[in-house]
Each structure stands twice: as structure tokens, then as C-alpha cells.
Design a protein around this ligand. Structure first.
Ligand code: HEM
Ligand code: HEM
Length: 467
């Protein structure tokens, strides 16, 4: 088993535990801010307002829950795919401490109102510098393990892992370039439209390098592990990988359509966004074709259910995304609630379902126990899917109504509705979103309970299998 083979799994346990804790914080805050939108009296100034809690929600979700789990699984997967022990277990343990310090500092500083006002890059420079240190030690450890690998072939997951490590480093350094004027305040190194362009080059590639390439690395590893049959086509996976990383880097300006950013930059972003459908769907098809003759496992194997639903939401997400990047459609839905619908099909449907599957696979393996309750896993699954669909569908309907109202004009060309009138119409949908969020949160608590019980009271695994 793992310890016998010398793999470093104690730190994997640590990252899984902490990412789950930050995940609970993120989803709880998601529910709180959705309630604050629906019931404005729940805003408690100065610290507990929507404006302060929203960035803590996004940071805890993407960095605490997302990156925290990816750190766990990159360490877990890389060792197994390279058949090599982690290069430096000591460095990985330091990384775990630093990770928690950074996330806690992020939450604290954002609550106190220190914010660079760049979405997903809000952290002021001292915390951002710690992030750089964290990422460098993480990358060195994984890359050195890959360099010293005993298995020559590089499986697809390793390519996605390396793209994440390099991609995040480049994006983060460029977009965080700033001139500090005090310990808690800095100004971006760029100005005006250039600043916006750099920010969304970063912003969308955060979607690429944090919310796409890491879950794909996990998907390609855990799907064959869960089904027991190999991936349909390694070659298709590699071709899709290179096209995906090449195309993503040009798409950022689709967040800036109809703005002073040069027209050709917008058109380029639009074209590359539409082209992205091909490599994205290559991964989806690779997953589906790997299920040839195995579809019965959707009923029998709960891991497969999470993974295939997850990749299906990825497929839907990567059809919706390119359509949003088309100028005419963007003019309609940009600035509306349609976008949070898109975002949460990705974060709750795609990213989180893949993470749940990865945790359900890994925890029994590294603790040598059987899952505590399969019934609770299934309950978790259906509540999570229901909560996410209620959230996303409500937001899409809200977005279309909002867009139609914002665009309605009188015969003389003046606007038919005031902004306030469009806002008031959103209340029923915001109640719906909060309901979806509460259901998702309930599913998360069931998941946490099941994992804790697996670790503390799960039956010892009959024969300890190789992880
Ligand atoms: C059921 C759980 C969740 C609820 C109820 C929730 C709720 C919300 C709300 C109300 C917003 C603000 C929307 C707006 O700007 O109008 C938001 C934004 C956001 N949330 Fe969540 N959230 C949840 C889970 C998550 C998770 C787990 C993640 C990440 C892994 C996440 C990532 C984000 C991001 C990236 C945004 C910014 C979206 C944008 O700017 O368009 N959320 N969330
Ligand atoms: C082919 C792939 C995709 C394309 C072309 C795409 C395109 C877009 C576009 C055009 C927007 C901006 C909408 C607007 O504000 O008008 C957007 C927003 C967003 N997308 Fe996607 N998307 C894709 C896949 C994904 C995936 C897989 C995720 C994973 C969770 C995701 C997460 C987000 C987030 C978090 C935002 C909100 C950014 C913000 O305004 O704060 N997208 N996407």
C-alpha cells in the first residue's frame, strides 16, 4: 500500500481536510450573500456586508476549496503516475501551513476592506507575495518529482498538472504587478484599458488554469481508476490538451466586448472562444467513449456518476461560454444574472462534482477504510445536482428577463424601465437561488459527515488495494 511504497500521503490528508473546511466556508458564505441579495436587511455594516463577503466567498471557493484540493490531488496523482516518491515531503508540509496562513489572511484582509478591486486578484501585495512563495514551492516539488520520474510515459494528467503550475505562475505575476504605497495599499502597474485587458487576460485564464486544467487532470486520472478500464484515447487527450492551452490564452477580452479595448482584440477573443469548443468537447467525448460497454456503472458505481455528471456539466459549460463570447449575445446577457448561472454550473456542477469523486476515491484508499455509507453518498449526489440546477436555471431565467427589461425602449428611444424596476423583478429569482444554495449546502454537510465517519468509524478495507 501507499506507505509501503513510500508515497507521501500524510500531507494529502492534510490538504483534503483543509480544502473541505474552506469549501464549507465558501458555500456557507455563498448562501449568506445570496440571502443578503434577497433580504438586504441581512447586510451588517461594516464587516458583514455583501461587498465585503462576496470576495471572501469567491476566494474561499476558488482558492481554498479549489486550489486546496488540487494541491492534495496533484501530490497524490503525480507520485502514482511517475511511480516516484514526492521530491520533498518537508516542503509539502510547509506548503500546507503556508496555504492555510494565506487563505486565513486573505479572508481577514478582505473583511477589513483591503481590496485591489481586481476580481480574483483582490489580495493586497503582502498577501499576494505569500501566494507567490506558496506557488513556487508547490511547483518546484511537483516538477522535480516529474523530472525524477521512474515511469517514462507522461500520462495526460501530468500535462494538465504542468500547464496549471506554469500557467498560474505567469498569470499571477503579470496581473499582480503593482506599485505599493503602504503596507495595505498598492496601485496596478497598468492603467485604463490596458489594465482591464491584463486583468481579464488573467481573469479568464484563472478559469482556464484553475477551474479547467486541474479538474481535467483529476478527471483523466480518476475516471479510468474508478471504472477499471483505460481512457478511450490517450492521443486525443494529448492533442486536445495542446489545442486547449494554446487557445485559452487569447480569449480574455471576451469579458470586455463593447468596451474601449481595441476591436481586433475583442474579435480575436471571440474567435478563439468559439474554437475552444473543439478541445473542450474532445475531453467530454474521451470520457463518454471510455464508458463504452461500461454505462451500467452509472447505476452501480457512485464515483462514475459524479465524474460523468461532472464532465457533462463541463460540456454544457463549454457550449454556453463560447455563445456568451459572441458580441451580439454578449450585448444581451452581459451585466445580468445569466452570468452567475454560468459560473455556478461550472463551479458547483463541474469542478465540485469532480472534487467530490476524487475525495470519495482517495479517502478510503489513504485511510485504509471502506466508505461509511453508500446511501449517504447517493443522497449527497442528488441533493448537490438538484441544488445546483435550481441555482443555475433560476439565474438563466432571471438573466433573460433582466436583459429583456434593460433593453426595452419606448418609441422615442428612451428606456422603458428604470434600473430599479428591473432590480425589483429579480427578487423571486434571488429567493430561488438561495433555496438552491441551501439545498447544496445541506448536501455538503452530508458529504462532510460521511467522510468524517469513514475516517473515524469506517470498516477497515478488507484487502488494502493499491491506490
Ligand atoms: C451553493 C453554494 C453557493 C452559493 C449559494 C453561491 C452564491 C453566490 C452569489 C450570490 C454570488 C454573487 C452573484 C452576483 O454577482 O450577483 C456568487 C458569486 C460567485 N461564486 Fe458562488 N455560490 C456558491 C458556491 C460557489 C463555489 C463552491 C464557488 C467556487 C468553487 C463559487 C464561485 C463563485 C464565483 C467565481 C463568483 C463570481 C461570479 C461572477 O463574478 O460572475 N461559488 N456566488
Ligand atoms: C469554452 C469555455 C468557456 C468559454 C468560452 C467561456 C466564456 C465566458 C464568457 C464570455 C464569460 C463572460 C460573460 C460576461 O460577463 O459577459 C464567462 C464568465 C465566466 N466563466 Fe466562462 N466560459 C467557458 C468555460 C468556463 C468554465 C469551464 C468555467 C468553470 C467554472 C467558467 C467560469 C466562468 C466564470 C467564473 C466567469 C465569471 C467571470 C466574472 O465575470 O467574474 N467558464 N465565461
Amino acid at each position: 500500500m501507499n506507505q509501503r511504497e513510500g508515497y507521501t500521503d500524510d500531507v494529502v490528508k492534510g490538504f483534503i481536510t483543509w480544502s473541505i473546511i474552506w469549501g464549507v466556508v465558501a458555500v456557507l458564505l455563498g448562501v449568506v450573500i445570496s440571502l443578503q441579495l434577497a433580504f438586504p436587511q441581512l447586510n451588517l455594516p461594516p464587516y458583514l456586508t455583501y461587498g465585503r463577503l462576496r470576495p471572501i466567498h469567491t476566494n474561499a471557493g476558488i482558492f481554498g476549496w479549489g486550489i486546496g484540493s488540487f494541491m492534495a490531488f496533484f501530490i497524490f496523482i503525480t507520485q502514482r503516475l511517475t511511480k516516484t516518491r514526492l521530491w520533498s515531503p518537508g516542503l509539502a508540509r510547509f506548503q500546507l501551513y503556508l496555504f492555510n496562513v494565506v487563505i486565513a489572511l486573505a479572508a481577514l484582509t478582505l473583511m477589513l476592506g483591503f481590496n485591489r478591486s481586481k476580481e480574483y486578484a483582490e489580495l493586497e501585495w503582502p498577501v499576494a507575495l505569500l501566494v507567490v512563495v506558496l506557488w513556487v514551492i508547490f511547483s518546484i516539488n511537483i516538477i522535480m518529482t516529474i523530472i525524477k520520474r521512474k515511469e517514462e510515459q507522461m500520462y495526460i494528467s501530468l500535462w494538465y498538472i504542468m500547464a496549471t503550475l506554469v500557467g498560474v505562475a505567469v498569470l499571477y505575476l503579470v496581473n499582480n504587478a503593482a506599485i505599493p504605497i503602504s503596507l495595505t495599499k498598492s496601485y496596478s502597474a497598468y492603467a485604463g484599458a490596458n489594465d482591464a485587458n491584463v486583468q481579464w487576460w488573467y481573469g479568464h485564464n484563472a478559469v482556464a488554469m484553475v477551474l479547467t486544467t486541474p479538474p481535467l487532470a483529476l478527471f483523466y486520472y480518476f475516471l479510468p481508476k474508478s471504472t477499471g478500464v483505460p481512457i478511450y484515447s490517450h492521443r486525443m487527450g494529448i492533442i486536445a490538451f495542446w489545442s486547449l492551452v494554446f487557445m485559452y490564452l487569447w480569449t480574455g477580452a471576451h469579458h470586455l466586448l463593447w468596451t474601449p479595448v481595441p476591436d481586433w482584440v475583442q474579435t480575436l477573443a471571440m474567435a478563439f472562444s468559439v474554437m475552444l469548443i473543439a478541445p473542450s468537447w474532445a475531453a467530454v467525448f474521451n470520457g463518454y467513449f471510455s464508458m463504452n460497454g461500461q454505462w451500467h456503472q452509472m447505476r452501480e458505481n457512485y464515483l462514475v456518476k459524479f465524474l460523468i455528471f461532472g464532465v457533462t456539466f463541463y460540456g454544457l459549460q463549454t457550449l454556453q461560454g463560447p455563445s456568451q463570447a459572441v458580441r451580439t449575445f454578449s450585448a444581451f446577457i452581459h451585466y445580468t444574472d445569466w452570468i452567475p448561472g454560468h459560473v455556478h454550473m461550472g463551479t458547483l456542477g463541474w469542478v465540485s462534482l469532480i472534487l467530490f469523486a476524487s475525495i470519495y476515491y482517495t479517502v478510503p484508499k489513504i485511510y485504509g477504510r471502506e466508505i461509511y455509507s453508500v446511501g449517504l453518498v447517493n443522497l449527497h449526489f442528488w441533493l448537490a445536482v438538484a441544488g445546483q440546477l435550481i441555482f443555475s436555471i433560476t439565474m438563466w431565467v432571471a438573466g433573460i428577463q433582466q436583459a429583456a427589461m434593460l433593453h426595452a425602449t419606448n418609441p422615442d428611444g428612451s428606456l422603458h424601465y428604470s434600473f430599479m424596476e428591473t432590480l425589483v423583478e429579480m427578487y423571486p429569482y434571488w429567493h430561488g437561488r438561495a433555496l438552491g444554495g441551501i439545498i447544496y449546502f445541506a448536501s455538503l454537510l452530508i458529504f462532510v459527515y460521511n467522510i468524517v465517519k469513514t475516517v473515524t468509524a469506517g470498516k477497515p478495507a478488507a484487502v488494502t488495494q493499491k491506490a
